[in-house]
Design a protein around this ligand. Structure first.
Ligand code: DCP
Ligand code: MG
Length: 375
C-alpha cells in the first residue's frame, strides 16, 4: 500500500463519498476486471455468479463518471458482495488479489486462450485442457485432435481475427456487402447491427454484424446464398458457414436467452484489402506487416421483412440490454420477446412491428437509441 496508506485509512473511516484517495480508476478498468471474473465463472459453469458479474459491469458502465471511492458504489443496484469486495480491493490497493488469482490460474489462462479461437467453445476448450494441452501450438501438434472446418479456419486466420476490427474497417465491409447485395437485388436492405450499430462507446469490435432483408415478403429467399456466391466470385470469401432458416412462427418466443435465433445466417471470414479502406483509417495490422489485406469475421443474417424489426433489436445488443429487455417484457408486461417476435400472453396474440420504435411502444417503454443500449 506504501504511501497511500494514511490517506486510505482516513477515507475508509471518515468519508463515504468525498474521497482523498489518489488512486483514480476509470470504470473501464473495473468493468474489464468484472468481465474477466464473469468469464471465469462461465468456464466453471457457474451461471449465477457469471450473470452477477456481468450485471455489475453493466451498472458501472452506465455511470456518468469513474468510481473513485467506496462511497460511490454503496447505493448502486446489482452490485453483489463479490463485486463489492473486488472493487474495495482495487480502490484500496490499486489491484485485486482475487482477480490476480484468477488471471494467474492455469486453467483460466488455457480456456481463455482456446476459446479465443473462432469455433472453439468452453466445452471443447475444457476437453483440450483435460488432455493436458496448454498452448495453441500443442493443439495443432496433437495428432488425435480432429478440428472441424470452423476451427481449422479459426486457427488459419487466428492472428487476423483475434485483432480488433476498427470502425473504418466495419464501414468498408458495409460498402462491400451492400454493393454485393444491391448488385443482386437493387432494393435489398442491409443494416449494420451489433456493437458497430449501437457504438456504445466502442471504437472496435471483434466482428462486424449485418442484417439483410427485402421490402417484399418472401423475396429474401435465396438472397443470402447469392450474396455468398458473389463474395466468393470476388475472391474475398475466405470462410463461410451457412445455416438455413428454421423459423417456425407457430412457436412462441423462446424463453432461453442464450439460444441462437432461427433466421438464415452465415458466419464468414472475409478478406479486406487495404485499397478498400477510405483515407480515414488503414487496416488493423501488426506493425511492419507488409501484407496489404487482413481477414475479418463477419456475421450476416437474413430475415423476412415482417421479422426485421425484431431481429434488428435483438442483434443490436448489448447482450445485457437484450437480456434485461426480455426479462422486463416477461415480468412486467406478461409478454414474450425474442429475435423473432413479441407475444402478448394475456391477449394471446403476436404483436406486429415494422420498427424498433413499435416494439418499445408495445412494451410501454420510451424508445431507447442504440447508443444508449449500453447495459
Ligand atoms: N446477441 C445476443 N445474444 C447472444 C449473442 C449475440 O443477444 N447470445 C446479440 C447482442 C449482440 C449482437 O447480437 O450485441 C451481436 O453479437 P456480437 O457477439 O457480435 O457482439 P457485439 O457486436 O455487441 O460485440 P463484439 O462483436 O465487438 O464482440
Ligand atoms: Mg459483433
Amino acid at each position: 500500500v506504501g504511501g497511500h496508506f494514511p490517506a486510505i485509512c482516513v477515507c475508509l473511516h471518515v468519508c463515504t463519498c468525498v474521497c482523498a484517495i489518489e488512486i483514480i480508476l476509470e470504470n473501464n478498468l473495473n468493468t474489464d476486471v468484472l468481465e474477466e471474473l464473469a468469464e471465469n465463472s462461465e468456464f466453471n459453469e457457474s451461471k449465477g455468479p457469471c450473470l452477477a458479474f456481468r450485471r455489475a459491469a453493466s451498472v458501472l458502465k452506465s455511470l456518468p463518471s469513474a468510481v473513485h471511492c467506496l462511497g460511490a458504489i454503496q447505493g448502486l443496484p446489482c452490485l453483489g458482495e463479490h463485486t463489492k469486495a473486488v472493487m474495495e480491493e482495487i480502490l484500496i490497493f490499486g489491484r485485486s488479489f482475487k482477480v490476480e488469482e484468477v488471471q494467474s490460474d492455469e486453467r483460466y489462462q488455457a480456456l481463455k486462450l482456446f476459446t479465443s479461437v473462432f469455433g472453439v467453445g468452453p466445452k471443447t476448450a475444457e476437453k483440450w485442457y483435460r488432455r493436458g494441452l496448454r498452448s495453441l501450438k500443442e493443439i495443432l501438434a496433437e495428432p488425435n485432435i480432429q478440428l472441424n472446418r470452423m476451427q481449422r479456419a479459426g486457427f488459419l486466420y487466428y492472428r487476423d481475427i483475434s485483432k480488433a476490427v476498427s470502425k473504418a474497417e466495419a464501414k468498408a465491409l458495409r460498402s462491400i456487402i451492400e454493393e454485393t447485395a444491391h448488385w443482386i437485388a437493387p432494393d435489398s436492405i442491409l443494416a449494420l447491427t451489433g456493437g458497430f450499430r449501437s457504438h456504445r462507446g466502442k471504437e472496435y469490435g471483434h466482428d462486424v454484424d449485418f442484417l439483410l432483408t427485402m421490402p417484399e415478403m418472401g423475396k429474401e429467399e435465396g438472397l443470402l446464398l447469392r450474396v455468398i456466391d458473389r463474395l466468393r466470385d470476388q475472391g474475398i470469401l475466405l470462410y463461410c458457414e451457412h445455416q438455413g432458416s428454421t423459423v417456425d412462427m407457430s412457436k412462441l418466443p423462446s424463453r432461453r436467452f442464450e439460444a441462437m435465433d432461427h433466421f438464415e445466417k452465415c458466419f464468414l471470414i472475409l478478406r479486406l484489402e487495404e485499397g478498400q479502406m477510405e483515407r480515414d483509417g488503414g487496416l488493423q495490422k501488426d506493425p511492419g506487416e507488409s501484407r496489404g489485406w487482413r481477414a475479418v469475421r463477419v456475421d450476416l443474417v437474413a430475415t423476412p421483412v415482417d421479422r426485421y424489426a425484431f431481429a434488428l433489436l435483438g442483434w443490436t445488443g448489448s447482450r445485457q440490454f437484450e437480456r434485461d429487455l426480455r426479462r422486463f417484457a416477461r415480468k412486467e408486461r406478461g409478454m414474450c420477446l425474442d429475435n423473432h417476435a413479441l407475444y402478448d400472453k394475456t391477449k394471446k396474440l403476436f404483436l406486429p412491428a415494422t420498427s424498433e420504435e413499435d416494439i418499445f411502444a408495445h412494451l410501454g417503454l420510451e424508445y431507447v437509441e442504440p447508443w444508449q443500449r449500453n447495459a
